[in-house]
Design a protein. Sequence first.
Length: 534
Amino acid sequence: MSMDITKLDERVSVTGQITIDDIDEIVNAGFRSIICNRPDFEGGGEQPTSEELEVVAKSLGVTFAYLPVRIGVIPDERGEAFKQLVSELPTPILAFCGSGKRATALHQMAKTDNVTEEHQSVVAACNWDNVFDVVVVGGGSAGIGVTASLLKRRPTLRIAIIEPSDKHYYQPAWTLVGGGAYAAADTVKNMSDVIPKNAVWVQAAADGFDPKNDIVNLADGRAIGYRQLIVCPGIRLAWEKIEGLEETLGKNGVTSNYRFDLAPYTWSLVKELKEGKALFTQPPMPIKCAGAPQKAMYLACDHWERVGCLDQIDVEFDTATAVLFGVADFVPPLMEYVNRYDAKLAFNTNLVKVDGRKKIAYFDLKDSEGKVTHKEKPFDLLHVTPPQMAPDFVRNSPLADASGFCKVNEKTLQHPDYPNVFSLGDVSSSPNAKTAAAVRKQIVVVAENLLAAKEDHELKVIYDGYGACPLTVENGKVILAEFGFGGKLLPTFPLNPTVPRKLAWFFKTTLFPWVYWNAMLKGKEWLARPGKSS
């Protein structure tokens, strides 16, 4: 061979920079795997990129792994990663860098002849066939969107999406369904139709994480290995936290726009109600789309006003929070609608029990001193927003923070304890509003920073906490609330964001769903670019 190859042991040989033409020789020499330890563009762009080499290697049946190491002191975690690669990849393996010295140093650090019994068991459970460059836990808006964006940037990445459901939902439209302004059938597609073509769909439920060994455990007993992990399974709706609720949902006048099958029942109840008591509830934070509980109330009131029966309906908003909306700038215009619909506000009031047969809701009321009293309220219509929490397999894992959500640096969305782990969407501990609009911006942050971390570069893409809540205050008008960390207003358009607008209604009902299905889930990042650190 024309290359200068040094055999280090029976499993690993090393060499200097290879070219695309060299891969034929490497295959003919019997190598079954290649490890690239040289960062892309290190030589000023003269050498082929890892992606170009990987395409050719895979076409010839050779496994390719990219583990870049910059010149200088090699971090211990790179040595550990090399050790794991050597244990998993088909052998013999050829590792290369600029001269072969870094590959040789990594081999020395790895000490592959001293693999621990624990690591051997991990390798046995997780061979190369189910070890991925990136594993994404969750096939919702965050999981599909970030996978599509990563594959746009690096088409050769081997990405697995772990998602048990065979359906994918556009949840932001369920409030509209409950208000009679959108068809439920238009909010759902088959999961197989939205999974990016080059991703592997693992249709199973995640059951836990072993971040020390880069493993995701599945509920069916399997284990999936990863080089990098993205945690985005969403938030769990804890219906069971409200006594009696589950057995009465969908009947007895009890409904919720937080479930696909119940949103149409909301609209049915709204149309049928001509007089009586209508309660709309909101649990303690955090919840996804914090404006949704009151949006259900506004759209219902708008209908009752239009048909002339609002005066005969006693409307009440019972919220466990102390304010109507978390961003103060939007409270005055919202209060105008509260007054217009003559709705009563009950703050620090948390729904704890429902008796659907008797049509009585039970609340805990907390006063300014923290003292809790109990109150019964009869209803004819009860719209419930359920308590929400991180999924159990996240909350009980090493990745969780004290509140049970996946711990991240709120600016980079990288886990502070496990640098090859990122998280976005509702399960992330970042203190932003949990909305699809937030996910749209977070996708770019995670995609850019994950690839930077993969190449041992500084993470420069910064998330500013952007979230948006299109507040449907009436059928035909929306207050487009856009804001970031600390309630800072971040309007996309040069218009006063506190004013209800017909244009924003068009965005909510027509433009945003189209962008979701045709751009966000397909790696097109329109108006989604975040800032960068200096």
